[in-house]
Design a protein around this ligand. Structure first.
Ligand code: ADP
Length: 761
């Protein structure tokens, strides 16, 4: 066997490996170019098989022709595959070279036919074709992969391998090495192609991995986006719940700021509200820490001056300013130069923009579209919450106003009620108010004033008209009177009667009962008010008055009758004129006194008497007075004595009036003391008062007369004495001096009149 056989086997094996590699590459990259190249490399082992047959057996023309035809086929397939690989490459020059190389190879093969000796040009053509193909692959336009580069180099090596035939094969000793070199080259080529294959596979793997990684990343991104959406939805739900659960505006603003911090990253935030086209900051976060709250309080922007805010109002969309330095509308405030980025969204309620949420960041470029959309969704929630707060505010204000009105009205009613109660309690008349109940004869409410208790002695809950009234309203006749009262009250609105009443302690008084209807707004009787008046005193006064007039006229009639009698006697007995005139004088004096006394009394009653007070020494005053009365006492043989303290007592009195009082007392004492009796005038200071007593040993006064002797015209003994006016005038004078006049007496033993006067201060 020829020594060339092993080398040819090696080359054959190598070419088989090459074919396999290309077949695998085709599987990896089933392109047209790869298919053609695989086919080309399939021709190679066949060619070497021919070479091997020629070496093992004998070279024959058929084998050689077949080998060259296969070589030719391979060259054409390679050229075609290269053309398909390059495609419509604008580098036509390379195409031209391929064409040239292919033509050259075909022609070269033809000229290498057995009938032609092997020669240099044929191998040059074959080699050059492959080198040109290799260079073309290396220089092909991108994308150029490592495999295409390796294949390019493989072609170049192949070309060089072809070249060894014409140069080295003819050298006798080289021939076997030439085959070995060829085989080595084939191996190198095979390794190169293997490398290219693995690189292709590797690339494919990397690509697959990349795709997988991309798939995973894509899925992760989708999951993340979905998670973010979920978190956002949850946060918005929480926010909505939190915002809507608060109704106070300040609390809503605080919560808005707190929740927005969870949703969108930022360094500071403000909420501005528009009012009549002017924006003011109503809430902030992150500004207090920077000491900028006073600045925020003072800020006021006109909405028309800010295109950014206008845009938000018009579009309802948020605005991102990721670099405020680039924003021409940005209002530069020295204190807020730390703000690098801004994100704002309008707060809308029922399609109207009521304010804005503004987020500020110290870092430029932090706000993304996603943040803007989150803020927008949030601002919508905030809008609803603020609207609720606004409604609640209005409601609360109304409620407060109402409460204020109710409480001031209640206070007013309370005041009126208290006033009414005070008036009713201050009255001397007893008052009972009654509101009728829904049942006939029932009473829903009853009021009694404190005077009623004073008057009757019954507490409000003890009060029962049936036990109090007697006389015409006694229990027997009460029902009939009550019905009459109801009828009268319904008909004329009022009913009056006078009756006797009995107090709790059993004492009685005359009462006047006036019942008046309480009329409701719709005109029917709701209840009655009864006023009970104690008219005992009124009645007594009326009686007194009547008595007074009777007595006064009686007193006047007597002297007038005397006058008339005396005048008649004068006409009859003119000779006794002196005696008549004396009596007439007396009578007219008496009349004069009577009239003066009556006038005095009336003046005292009307309170028109003016005292002419001056300081008087009591001892001197009383001593002079007693001295004046002494002759009269002596005349009646009555011992009149005066006992005064040594220490001087000064009084500030109207001396004439007190003179009148004491004269009256001493005159009475002389008058009602029989001869031989005595009268003592004593004076002393006692209990802060000065007491002057006139004590006599006269007839005294019976106890039944004592309470009345100070009443006008009252006389304990009808015969003798005056008109019964002296003591009543004397007591009036004493009381006018803030003093008093009292009496004690023992019938048959004497009387003691005490005049008490305040001393001079
Ligand atoms: P008169 O002018 O009648 O004295 P007065 O008012 O001075 O009127 O006195 C009223 C009555 O009081 C007298 O009528 C008399 O009955 C009684 N009276 C007054 N002073 C004395 C007295 N000293 N002793 C007894 N009775 C007296």
């Amino acid at each position: 066997m020829s020594p060339l056989a092993p080398a040819t086997v090696a080359v054959l094996c190598a070419s088989l490996v090459l074919m396999w590699v290309y077949a695998s590459l085709y599987r990896v990259e089933p392109t047209r170019a790869m298919r053609l190249w695989t086919a080309a490399w399939a021709a190679l082992p066949l060619r070497y098989a021919m070479v091997l047959l020629a070496v093992v057996f004998a070279p024959s023309a058929l084998l050689t022709i077949t080998e060259h035809l296969l070589n030719l086929l391979m060259g054409l397939l390679l050229l075609w595959g290269t053309y398909a690989y390059i495609g419509k490459n604008p580098a036509r020059v390379w195409l031209a070279l391929f064409a040239l190389g292919a033509v050259w190879a075909v022609v070269g093969t033809l000229v290498q036919m057995p009938f032609l000796p092997a020669n240099l040009p044929v191998f040059l053509l074959l080699g050059t074709t492959r080198i040109v193909t290799g260079v073309a692959m290396l220089r092909a336009p991108p994308p150029r992969t490592t495999s295409s580069r390796v294949v390019g180099w493989v072609f170049i090596l192949f070309g060089l391998h072809q070249m060894d035939y014409p140069f080295l094969r003819p050298v006798e000793w080289f021939a076997p090495w030439g085959y070995a070199f060829a085989a080595m080259l084939e191996v190198v080529i095979a390794v190169g192609i293997l490398l290219a294959y693995f690189q292709q596979l590797h690339l494919r793997l990397i690509e697959n991995e990349r795709r997988l990684a991309e798939d995973v990343a894509e899925r992760q991104r989708a999951e993340k986006a979905e998670h973010e959406q979920r978190v956002l939805a949850e946060a918005l739900r929480d926010t909505a719940a939190a915002l809507n659960s608060a109704l106070d505006r300040q609390e809503v603003l605080r919560r808005i700021l707190e929740h927005i911090a969870r949703l969108v990253p930022h360094d500071a935030a403000t909420i501005t509200m528009t009012d009549a086209g002017v924006m003011r900051v109503v809430g902030s976060r992150g500004y207090a820490e920077r000491g900028l709250e006073p600045l925020l309080d003072s800020l006021a922007f006109r909405l028309d001056d800010s295109p950014k805010f206008n845009r938000m109002v018009e579009t309802g969309q948020p605005v991102i300013v990721n670099d405020v330095k680039q924003d021409r509308d940005w209002i530069d405030i020295p204190e807020t130069r730390w703000i690098a980025a801004y994100l704002g969204a309008p707060i809308r309620v029922d399609g109207e923009t009521i304010g804005f949420i503004n987020l500020d960041s110290e870092m430029a470029g932090v706000f993304r579209e996603q943040h803007a959309q989150t803020l927008r969704a949030f601002a919508d929630q905030a809008g609803i919450a603020l609207r609720n707060a606004r409604l609640y505010d209005a409601l609360r204000r109304q409620a407060a106003e109402l409460e204020q009105r109710v409480s001031s009205r209640t206070a007013e009613l309370e005041r009126e009620r208290a006033q009414l109660r005070a008036i009713l309690d201050a009255m001397n008349e007893g008052v009972i108010g009654m509101i009728f109940g829904s049942e006939p004869d029932s009473i829903a409410y009853r009021y009694t004033n404190s005077a009623l208790q004073r008057l009757t002695g019954y507490a409000p809950d003890e009060w029962d008209p049936k036990t109090i009234f007697i006389g015409n309203l006694s229990p027997d006749t009460f029902a009939a009177s009550w019905n009459e009262m109801i009828r009268s009250v319904h008909a004329s609105g009022t009913w009056t009667t006078e009756t006797r009443a009995r107090r709790k302690d059993g004492s009685e008084f005359d009462a006047r009962l006036t019942v008046t209807r309480i009329t409701s707004r719709d005109g029917h009787a709701e209840g009655v008010v009864s006023i009970i008046r104690d008219i005992s005193q009124e009645k007594a006064l009326a009686e007194q008055k009547a008595n007074f007039v009777t007595r006064a006229s009686h007193e006047l009639r007597t002297p007038i009758a005397n006058l008339k009698t005396r005048l008649y006697l004068l006409r009859k007995r003119p000779d006794e004129i002196d005696s008549h005139l004396r009596i007439l004088d007396d009578v007219s004096d008496r009349l004069k006194h009577l009239v003066e006394d009556l006038l005095d009394l009336s003046r005292f009653e009307r309170g028109t008497i003016q005292l002419k007070r001056r300081r008087v020494n009591l001892q001197e005053f009383v001593a002079a007075l007693v001295e004046l009365q002494q002759p009269e006492a002596e005349l009646k043989q009555i011992h009149l004595s005066c006992h005064l303290p040594n220490l001087p007592i000064v009084l500030e009195i109207d001396p004439d009036r007190i003179h009148q009082v004491l004269t009256n007392l001493i005159t009475n004492a002389i008058h009602y003391t029989p001869s031989g009796g005595s009268i003592r005038i004593e004076a002393e200071a006692e209990d802060g008062m000065v007491q002057i007593q006139v004590k006599d040993t006269g007839v005294g006064i019976l106890p039944e007369h004592l309470p009345h002797i100070f009443e006008p015209f009252y006389r304990a003994m009808p015969e003798g004495g005056g008109m019964g006016l002296g003591l009543s005038i004397a007591r009036e004078i004493a009381q006018l001096h803030d003093g008093d006049l009292t009496v004690t007496s023992e019938p048959g033993r004497g009387s003691c009149f005490s005049l008490r006067l305040p001393p001079s201060i």
